[in-house]
Design a binder for this molecule. Structure first.
Ligand code: SF4
Ligand code: SF4
Length: 422
């Protein structure tokens, strides 16, 4: 059984910012009810979940919103105790928190470090870019407060990465973005095109704020910034995922994976859905208070969702990039009157990107593979899998350099590299 992660919406779509592209925005209009995750529901879910993942020994929790920190630090203190109380011996627990960062203070920093949370910070670039779209309800930019949150994470040594939404405000400013992220020392970045749709209305076609040509050009320029003569020093999740595909490995990004194998999404009230883009009654798998986790995770409905990418649309069948693109995200397809689906909205972006980057991605693969052979020979893989190396620890290969800039460099240390030879 593959590991099953669970994504919790601690406050549903409630948020303390008012970003212009947020696809939850319309659903908040007129909303007066304050929504907070039901602790009773978690007391029911946690024992079931820990039992469900006991065989694989990995329990993965992702905390999102809206803005998940609105639920308060006491909630997270309570929940890690609950996790530890119900985990079977030997289960590795991981927690990931996606936040806009504005509420983070030293108490949060200390807690997140102590419990090894991986934090994703939403940041769209330098102040003059970020503040165009990511404003508070008073219309003020949030950059200064987000960076104060980043400082908290740095001071406390919390592992964090950055989520940058690509919209009209930054799609033509690729070099400026990368200059900023490099100067701030961000080593792991995810770029995500802004999509203006209601996850609660999956039957409605999405509206998009950038077109496929713009996003394709963005990817091309980003790739040039990232590639660095075949020695990328920053992990960009989209490119890591393409590299996984080129290596023939399972892709950790569902959009370019073989199937829709996202985590189960648990709403604040216990309703469960198969993906955050399909929070709609037609895809509701049940509720924690009335259905067992196992029955929902193994339901025919979830299996139908996981398989919904296939068959790929007619346009994808002869596509030369099918093996590495894998059809993109079904949420970005349009269902025609005769029931057929179009290829996804960003199809032309991917084609442009693969035509441009194919040769260099292939040579990067060769480099990864030759490094793997070296690692196998020197049996470093065993050392790595047994140890819990920190990124700043001395590299076990004996180079004397920090692990993160040696065998643990962002590209070569991706977990898929080790799975490939495991
Ligand atoms: S619908 Fe899109 S976002 Fe959801 S699991 Fe499938 S590929 Fe991922
Ligand atoms: S590039 Fe376009 S046609 Fe090719 S597999 Fe991807 S979505 Fe389908």
């Amino acid at each position: 059984m593959p590991p099953l992660s669970v994504l919790f919406k601690t406050v549903s779509t409630d948020c303390n910012l008012d970003c212009s592209y947020c696809y939850y925005r319309q659903s908040l209009e007129g909303m007066r009810v304050r929504r907070r995750i039901d602790r009773g529901m978690l007391e029911v879910l946690l024992p079931q979940y820990m039992e469900y993942v006991a065989d694989v020994g990995q329990a993965g929790f992702a905390w999102q919103g809206g803005e998940p920190t609105l639920v308060g630090l006491d909630f997270f203190r309570w929940v890690v105790d609950l996790q530890e109380g119900h985990a079977r011996r030997g289960t590795a627990i991981s927690n990931a928190l996606q936040t806009n960062g504005v509420l983070l203070d030293d108490a949060w920093g200390s807690f997140l470090r102590h419990h090894n949370f991986l934090v994703g910070i939403s940041l769209d670039g330098p102040a003059e870019v970020h503040d165009i779209a990511r404003k508070d309800r008073g219309g003020h930019g949030s950059f200064r407060r987000v960076m104060a949150g980043v400082d908290v994470l740095r001071r406390h040594g919390v592992d964090f990465n950055c989520l940058c939404v690509v919209g009209p405000h930054n799609v033509h400013r690729t070099r400026e973005l990368m200059r900023f992220f490099r100067s701030e020392g961000f080593s792991h970045i995810q770029f995500m095109p802004a999509m203006d749709f209601q996850s609660t209305e999956p039957e409605k076609p999405a509206a998009y704020s950038i077109d496929p040509e713009e996003y394709g050009e963005f990817l091309v320029q980003l790739f040039d910034e990232w590639y660095q003569d075949g020695k990328p020093r920053i992990s960009i999740r989209t490119f890591d995922s393409f590299l996984q595909s080129y290596l023939g490995a399972p892709n950790e990004l569902c959009v370019h994976g073989d199937s829709c194998t996202a985590a189960l999404v648990v709403e604040y009230n216990g309703d469960v859905y198969p993906c955050d883009f399909f929070v709609h009654p037609s895809w509701r798998l049940g509720n924690i208070l009335s259905h067992s986790l196992r029955s929902m995770a193994e339901s025919d409905e979830r299996a139908r969702f996981v398989g919904q990418k296939h068959p790929l649309p007619v346009e994808c069948q002869p596509c030369e990039w099918k093996a590495v693109c894998r059809g993109g995200c079904p949420r970005n397809r349009i269902t025609l009157e005769d029931g057929r689906q179009t290829s996804e909205y960003f199809c032309r972006s991917y084609k442009r990107f693969f035509s441009y980057a194919d040769g260099r991605l292939r040579s990067l693969c060769e480099r990864v593979i030759s490094r793997l052979r070296y690692l196998q020979q020197s049996q470093l893989i065993e050392v790595k899998s047994r140890s819990r190396l920190g990124r700043n620890d001395p590299c076990p290969c004996g180079s004397g350099r920090k692990h993160k800039v040696c065998c643990g460099d962002p590209v070569l240390s991706q977990s898929y590299v080790f799975r490939q030879v495991g």
